[in-house]
Design a protein around this ligand. Structure first.
Ligand SMILES: Nc1ncnc2c1ncn2[C@@H]1O[C@H](COP(=O)(O)OP(=O)(O)OP(=O)(O)O)[C@@H](O)[C@H]1O
Length: 452
């Protein structure tokens, strides 16, 4: 017996779990979180009341439930990802003789890796008095082109408010990166940043994913589930590819935007949420509205601060900076000696069109680091599609032969708008020739960077 009359066993049950210097999460067989101790709470940044009952994958997205499997978790330090830390979590089954009863996830405070992000060069920046993009959260967004900087300026201003932001841009242009930066530069930085990948979740599960469900709400709802809007309370929710959200859910989302309240599926309690919403899309939502595929009222609610991220082909001058950045970052990540790149290899990267934008460039640099047999990356380490392009004679974009290679729809549209504007010199005349309004011509010309 201890002095206060409690047995040692009672103290163990109540306190030891929380006082261990390790982060521990215990799940059931399905991976639903049953217990979470204090260190785990601190490291992952969620209160245990919020995550107990949620699938482990909602909290640690890349986790695999396995025997001794390791997962890397990114832990945000201070107010930016400038010094984001990676820790490792080990997942092990908890079993009695014959069956798995659940899983333990154990992680410690020892950081495996610090990912220091190189600074945007301040000499490249054109600064406004209240605009300090080189500081804090935006530091890991690389580029000094006018187009990128003007988009980041709006993002930095938006970070000072709680307004809803709509990020538009092709896939791989950095929409998620900018969303994270806005969150990290905002007052909500200490709160959670929750991402929802709209097309990645089947339509019939989406409502419970967003708003949660009560136990027994539908067949298979054996636990209460906390939805992403509840998890994001006090922080930011990032709705990626919002254009893919089905019409029924568009109405429910509109209610959250207007009233900041919702109900769990199968529940009748109205829950309030305090979240900043950042939505992103590679689609033209305005056009979707005109076709009746996206609710107009929701579009206006989302489009409070619109930010268009330029494609990489519209800011090719950033390619050398990005190449340098990825070489440094990826050599560290892959644990190889630092490598450089020849001028002609950079030139061929410059001449390529980058349909996959920065993501494609990052992948190509990673591939080249893996393939290069020396410390210097050259043209031979780049994919043929990129190096061929350099010497290729200009071929017509529209090749409607059955075996002809097709370009993306956006490429065709851009080419058509460009030809029409060159020929007719006015939005009105170009619009008449193409059978669209002068406003559409102007919007598309701006979107494709044909005009400022
Ligand atoms: N300006 C940038 N500086 C450094 N890295 C960048 C930049 N833009 C994008 N990246 C990197 O490119 C990859 C793709 O970026 P991200 O996922 O943010 O793009 P996205 O527009 O959200 O793409 P998708 O629409 O396909 O989800 C990420 O690894 C990101 O870190």
């Amino acid at each position: 017996m201890c002095q206060n009359g409690k047995s040692f066993v009672e103290i163990t049950n109540e306190k030891v779990f929380d006082s261990l210097p390790l982060g521990i999460i215990i799940t059931d067989q399905e991976g639903t979180i049953a217990l979470c101790n204090k260190v785990a709470e601190e490291l992952i940044g969620f209160k245990k009341e919020l995550i107990e009952g949620s699938p482990l994958q909602d909290v640690i997205p890349d986790v695999t439930l396995g025997n001794g499997s390791f997962t890397r978790i990114r832990v945000r330090e201070n107010k930016s990802f400038d010094e984001s830390k990676i820790i490792s979590a080990e997942v092990n089954p908890i079993s009695d003789e014959s069956e798995i009863l659940g899983y333990s996830v154990v992680f410690n405070r020892h950081f495996l890796q610090t990912e220091a992000m190189p600074r945007l060069r301040s000499k490249d920046l054109d600064r406004d008095s209240d605009f300090e993009i080189a500081d804090g959260a935006f530091k890991n967004i690389i580029g000094s082109s006018k187009r990128l900087l003007s988009a980041l300026k709006v993002a930095a201003k938006a970070a000072k408010t709680s307004s809803t932001v709509l990020l538009q841009g092709e896939s791989g242009t950095g929409k998620e990166l900018v969303a994270e930066a806005i969150h990290c530069a905002s007052k909500r930085c200490d709160g959670p940043f929750i991402k929802v990948n709209c097309p990645g979740i089947p339509a019939d599960l989406m409502e419970s994913e967003l708003f949660g469900h009560e136990k027994g709400a539908f067949t298979g709802a054996i636990y209460q589930k906390i939805g992403k809007f509840e998890l994001a309370n006090g922080g930011t929710i990032f709705l990626d590819e919002i254009g893919e959200l089905d019409k029924n859910l568009q109405s429910k989302l509109l209610r959250v935007l207007q009233e900041r309240e919702f109900e769990r599926v199968g529940g009748n309690r109205v829950l309030k949420t305090d979240v900043r919403i950042i939505a992103a899309t590679h689609r033209n939502l305005q056009e979707m509205v005109s076709f009746g595929d996206f609710r107009e009222d929701l579009y206006y609610r989302l489009n409070v601060v619109p930010i268009v991220l330029p494609s990489l082909r519209e800011r090719k001058e950033d390619i050398p900076l990005l190449v340098e950045h990825f070489l440094r970052k990826l050599c560290i990540k892959l644990g190889v000696k630092s490598k450089s790149i020849t001028k002609r290899a950079v030139e061929s990267l410059y001449n390529y069109d980058w349909p996959g934008n920065v993501r494609e460039l990052e992948n190509i640099i990673e591939r080249a680091i893996n393939l290069a047999e020396t410390d210097v990356i050259d043209i031979s380490d780049l994919p043929q599609g990129i190096t061929n392009r350099t010497s290729e004679t200009k071929r017509p974009l529209i090749n409607l032969e059955p075996d002809g290679e097709l370009a993306s729809y956006d490429d065709y549209e851009k080419a058509i708008i460009k030809v029409a504007l060159n020929k007719y010199k006015s939005f009105n005349a170009a619009g008449k020739a193409l059978g669209i309004t002068h406003k559409t011509v102007a919007a598309k010309a701006r979107r494709y960077g044909i005009i400022e």
